[in-house]
Design a binder for this molecule. Structure first.
Ligand code: ADP
Ligand code: TRP
Length: 328
């Protein structure tokens, strides 16, 4: 049962492709770790996704996939409120109101916008406005904390600024949320050493088959040090990924093996494949089982949507009143 005294956590993931171990260790794992401690609103950001995914079948499948992912990693719908963003129509209403308080130069400073601009991508208004929709997701639920990966920190700043701006103009209405970022996990590197990301094709999928795991690990580049030579674990992509899976003691043993020499990169890769397979297999099997009963998944989302939307309705009423559109 949820206790009202718990602090509120909000987190979301876009349904834009298979999740990878970077998403898991960088962001999703903490939703699970925190689900007992916080009143958690965890959602599938489908309206954010249509800034890039404009294909009905792909989006529908993506939404169900993320729901399965969430449940397979251990989120418990009895403890948290799991829903899809588009079921909370108050979020888009609030985004409009926030838009009217937001200036264009301010949104032009967002990393995501600047990246897209540098890459000469066509930028739709939705993508430009992405941080404001995200601010609405967060502020409409009165979040105390927002669980995100390092690269989303700026978006939480946008939510904080927007809350402050609204409060200043219309009187105290929104809580100022804090970002919650796992302290020891920085960016998870991909198999080419850059940030692991769907858009770079360098991922290890979280529900990878044994074959996919092998293939991904084997393509990790290494330097040319021979078997006997000592190696610097901090310069190895294999080690950086392996690190995520080990406890302090086994990590130390592995670190020593690198430093001492005598272990070739081939052996290091084989060990990583073994540990990744042991980690991924139970998750993959749980997901497969859940996927046999999609109706249950849809029910969970529907119920979660109703609960999240009840909260949102209270908040939007207060906002309408403060803005001055509620005259009866
Ligand atoms: P991608 O870059 O693969 O498209 P998203 O931008 O959809 O990933 O990110 C979803 C969540 O996962 C975000 O909270 C983000 O911070 C986190 N995340 C994504 N990639 C990584 C990574 N390589 N290391 C750590 N966290 C990550
Ligand atoms: N922008 C986030 C991402 O790419 C997804 C997201 C949308 C989100 N709304 C949110 C995350 C609100 C936390 C809170 O991962």
């Amino acid at each position: 049962m949820l206790k009202k005294l718990k602090k509120i956590l909000v987190a979301g993931v876009q349904p834009t492709g298979k999740i990878h171990i970077g998403n898991y260790f960088g962001a999703m794992k903490q939703f699970v770790d925190l689900q007992d401690k916080y009143e958690s609103y965890i959602f599938i950001a489908d309206y954010h996704a249509i800034t890039t995914v404009q294909n009905r079948a792909e989006l529908m499948q993506g939404i169900i996939d993320v729901a399965l992912d969430y449940l397979a990693i251990g989120l418990d719908p009895k403890k948290i409120i799991l829903f899809k963003q588009s079921d909370i129509s108050q979020v888009t209403e609030l985004a409009w109101i926030f838009n009217c308080l937001t200036t264009m130069p301010y949104l032009m400073r967002a990393h995501a916008f600047k990246d897209a601009e540098v890459k000469n991508k066509e930028i739709n208004v939705g993508l430009f406005d992405y941080p404001i929709l995200m601010a609405s997701d967060i502020l409409i639920q009165d979040a105390d904390i927002v669980s995100v990966g390092q690269d989303q920190k700026q978006h939480v700043e946008y939510a904080r600024d927007t809350a402050q701006k609204f409060n200043k103009i219309y009187g105290k209405t929104f809580k100022i949320p804090e970002p919650f970022i796992l302290p020891h996990v920085e960016t998870v590197p991909g198999t080419d050493g850059r940030k692991m990301s769907k858009s770079y094709g360098n991922v290890i999928p979280l529900f990878a088959t044994d074959e996919e795991i092998k293939k991904a690990v084997m393509k990790i580049p290494t330097d040319s040090k021979g078997v006997d030579e000592p190696k610097n674990p901090d310069e190895s992509i294999i080690f950086a990924i392996h690190k995520l899976l080990l406890n302090d003691k086994t990590l130390k043993t592995l670190e020593d093996k690198y430093k001492k020499g005598g272990m070739g990169y081939k052996t290091a890769k084989e060990m990583l494949i073994k540990d990744l397979t042991a980690f991924i297999k139970p998750l993959r099997e749980k997901r497969k089982m859940l996927a046999k009963d999609i109706n249950t998944i849809l029910e969970i989302l529907k119920n979660g949507g109703k609960r999240a939307s009840m909260n949102a309705e209270k908040k939007i009423k207060e906002v309408r009143e403060k803005v001055g559109v509620k005259i009866y």
